[in-house]
Design a protein around this ligand. Structure first.
Ligand code: SAH
Ligand code: SF4
Length: 347
């Protein structure tokens, strides 16, 4: 049975080197395996032409390369964004998004099936958490998208389904595969991990010295409204979150991004802009304002005029401001629209 076979894609490069040694081969054979899997992206052991025939036969009998398959791809006619519905071996689904723009091509990866954090405005949150993805399942998303994309992928963001820091070890393991020279060789500064604000993990990320970029979903300027839309704020409030963010920027010397999803009547007042400016002024950061994509009842995107007024009020701060007009909302591929609740097959 395939399910009893060793799933090689879930191994890091070092683990594959140990694996090769445990089978009586030199460690560099493990590195070659890693290269075949991720750099070259082959589907079968028989294509691994620099490995010996007996080793390939052994791998075929005992190991498996398949973790997920592309079930469906939807491409937005107007924006060119593609959404991949990916079927995992247990019949669950995740979504991955490819966003080609003029100067960059971004892939948005999922880290979990669903999400436990239950933010009130987010479609993924409404699913609850089904399960964590393994490092191999996360990296496999990029393999599928790389095969499909006509252009070179320039940016990778962990902003799909799930809370990356709720699946910390597997996400870091996957990010290392994306970054490894024998993996995808994707620059660490072009890989962004987005968190809803898990304070201990932000501190851990800082202390471990990772070079991947960090984005923090602030989404409110004071505790009452943040707690209303993001239950996690009850555990770690804005003051604690900001302290952890400062620890990150001071330890890593890296800039952090605050994401701020703008929702009418929730967090878009002039008082909100003033308070956001005060918070952002304390941290080495930029602010990414995301006009809300309407998915949940009771939440709306503010008018263009209100968005502009909010942005104007942020001017003069010690931080840069960008606006992310989400791509792919016509195929439900924009931020916060990913949900595969209705697409669970029996394994
Ligand atoms: N769980 C992580 C990463 C995935 S969500 C996090 O929360 O940061 C990625 C981004 O999408 C977050 O900034 C989140 O606040 C935002 N988001 C969620 N739902 C949204 C929606 N409906 N419209 C716009 N942005 C949304
Ligand atoms: Fe989870 Fe992020 Fe959605 Fe919140 S916004 S429910 S943390 S995916």
């Amino acid at each position: 049975m395939d399910t009893e076979k060793t799933l090689l894609k879930n191994f890091s490069q070092a683990e594959l080197e140990n694996f090769a040694q445990s089978k009586g081969h030199k460690a560099f054979r493990g590195r070659q395996l890693f290269q075949w899997i991720w750099e070259k992206g082959v589907d079968s052991f028989s294509e691994m032409s620099n490995l010996s025939k007996p080793f390939i036969e052994k791998l075929e009998l005992t190991c498996n390369l398949e973790l997920s398959t592309v079930h469906q791809v939807q491409t937005s006619e107007t924006q060119g964004t593609s959404k991949f519905l990916i079927r995992l071996n247990d019949g669950r689904f995740v979504e991955t998004v490819l966003i080609p723009e003029s100067r960059r091509v971004t892939v948005c990866l999922s880290s979990q099936v669903g999400c436990a954090l239950d933010c009130d405005f987010c479609a993924t949150g409404k699913m609850g958490l089904k399960r964590n993805l393994t490092s191999g399942e996360i990296a496999d998303q990029l393999l599928h998208v790389r095969r499909f994309s006509e252009r070179l992928i320039t940016n990778i963001v962990f902003m799909g389904m799930g809370e990356p820091f709720h699946n910390y070890d597997q996400v870091i393991k996957a990010a290392n595969i994306l970054n490894a020279d024998s993996g995808f060789a994707h620059g660490a500064r072009k890989i962004t991990i987005s968190t809803s604000g898990l304070v201990p993990q932000i501190r851990r990320f800082a202390d471990e010295g990772h070079r991947f970029k960090l984005a923090v979903s602030l989404n409110a300027s004071e505790d009452q409204s943040r707690t209303q839309i993001m239950p996690i704020n009850k555990k770690w409030d804005i003051a604690e979150l900001v302290k952890a963010c400062k620890h990150y920027t001071e330890t890593s010397k890296n800039m952090l991004t605050f994401e701020y999803v703008l929702m009418q009547g929730i967090n878009d007042s002039s008082g909100d802009a003033r308070r956001l400016k005060k918070i952002a002024n304390q941290v080495f950061c930029k602010v990414n304002v995301i006009p809300y994509n309407e998915v949940a009842e009771g939440y709306q995107r503010p008018s263009k005029k209100r968005i502009t007024t909010f942005l104007d009020a942020l001017e003069g701060g010690r931080f840069g401001v960008t606006v992310r007009w989400s791509q792919g909302d016509d195929i439900d591929a924009a931020c916060g629209q990913l949900s595969t609740a209705v697409q669970v097959e029996e394994a």
